[in-house]
Design a protein around this ligand. Structure first.
Ligand SMILES: [Fe+2]
Length: 304
C-alpha cells in the first residue's frame, strides 16, 4: 500500500479480475462484508456519537481544530477522514482499496467529504431515487462507498439498491423491494453514484449510522486489473437487450478502449443469447453507433 499523504491518494495492487470488473459494470455495485476490525468499527461509532476526542493527523489549510470539532457533530462529519486509525483501517482497508484501485486506476483520490446517514429507527422506507448530480455515461471517474460501522440487519433499514439501474433513468414504486445491503459491522458497498437506491424500512429501535463518500480517478483508464487468460471480449456476458450496449461501453471505457467501441444494431455484438449457435455478428466494427446515454434518440443509439 502506497499512501501519499500530501496529495491524499493511494496506490496498491488491484484485486479484481476481468469478470469482476465486468460484473461491476453490469450490476453497478460490489459488496464487501465484514472486513474492518471490530475495534475500529466501535471506534467509528463512538467518534460519530461524540464519545471520543478528535485527534486529526493534521489541520487542513484554512481550518482550525475547533472547526473540525464542530464538523464532527454535523451530518457531514468529514473530520473523521483526518484520523490516522480511520485512514489506515477504513479508508485504506486492503480489500476495499484493491477493489477501488481496480476500477479507478493508479493513485486513487481519497474522499474529502463524508455524509453520515444517521437514522433514529424505526423509520419508514425512503422513496426510490437517483441521487442529485448523478450522471449517466460510460465513464467511471469516481465511485461512491457506503461504510456500515455497526451490524446492520434488515431491521435497521440498510440501503436498498436496484442492480443495473446505474445505466439509465429508472423509477420504481415505493412498495417494490430491491437488494438490501444488510451485513455485519465493517461492511462496504462500492457503487456507481447513479444507481437507484433508498434507505430501507427499519423496524427495530436504535440509532443507525452509515457513512457515504466518494473516491475518484486521477489516471486515465487502462486494463491493469487482474487479467483472466481466457477472458473473451467477443463472448463476455454483457447483458440482455437494451442493456448489453451500455455495459460493454462502460467496460471498454475502463479498459482504455472506449474509442474502439462501435454498435451496428439488431442482434449484433455485444448482445448475445445462450441459445445462439455461434458468436454474434458485428464484433470489432470500425464504424457504427454508441449507446444513447443522453436519451435523445428514440432508437437509443447515438452517433458514433
Ligand atoms: Fe440517496
Amino acid at each position: 500500500m502506497k499512501y501519499d499523504k500530501t496529495n491524499r491518494t493511494f496506490d496498491c495492487e488491484p484485486t479484481l479480475t476481468d469478470s469482476q470488473v465486468l460484473q461491476f459494470c453490469r450490476d453497478g455495485y460490489i459488496q464487501l462484508q465484514d472486513i474492518v476490525p471490530d475495534e475500529i468499527n466501535q471506534r467509528t461509532f463512538d467518534y460519530l456519537n461524540g464519545d471520543l476526542p478528535i485527534n486529526p493527523s493534521y489541520i487542513p489549510k484554512g481550518m482550525t481544530h475547533a472547526d473540525l470539532e464542530r464538523i464532527r457533530d454535523t451530518h457531514e462529519p468529514s473530520s473523521i477522514l483526518l484520523e490516522d486509525w480511520y485512514i489506515e483501517h477504513v479508508l485504506l482497508n486492503p480489500q476495499l482499496a484493491g477493489a477501488l484501485r481496480s476500477v479507478l486506476g493508479k493513485n486513487v483520490g481519497l474522499p474529502v467529504l463524508v455524509s453520515n446517514h444517521r437514522v433514529e429507527c424505526p423509520m419508514e422506507a425512503q422513496p426510490w431515487h437517483h441521487d442529485a448530480d448523478h450522471v449517466f455515461g460510460p465513464e467511471i471517474n469516481f465511485v461512491e462507498v457506503f461504510y456500515f460501522p455497526q451490524d446492520t440487519p434488515l431491521e435497521l433499514g440498510p440501503t436498498e439498491l436496484l442492480p443495473g439501474s446505474h445505466l439509465s433513468p429508472t423509477s420504481r414504486d415505493i412498495s417494490e423491494k430491491g437488494v438490501a445491503c444488510n451485513g455485519p459491522a465493517g461492511s462496504f458497498v462500492i457503487h456507481s453514484q447513479s444507481i437507484l437506491h433508498r434507505r430501507g424500512e427499519s423496524t427495530a429501535s436504535g440509532l443507525r449510522h452509515m457513512l457515504k463518500y466518494s473516491y475518484w480517478r486521477t489516471d486515465p483508464p487502462t486494463r491493469d486489473w487482474i487479467h483472466e487468460p481466457d477472458f473473451d471480449f467477443q463472448m463476455a456476458p454483457y447483458g440482455g437487450h437494451g442493456v448489453a450496449r451500455y455495459v460493454a461501453h462502460m467496460f471498454y471505457w475502463l479498459c482504455g478502449k472506449g474509442d474502439e467501441f462501435h454498435l451496428i444494431g439488431g442482434q449484433a455484438w455485444p448482445w448475445s443469447s445462450t441459445n445462439q449457435i455461434g458468436p454474434s455478428y458485428g464484433y470489432g466494427q470500425s464504424n457504427g453507433y454508441l449507446p444513447n446515454w443522453r436519451k435523445n434518440n428514440p432508437d437509443d443509439y447515438a452517433v458514433g
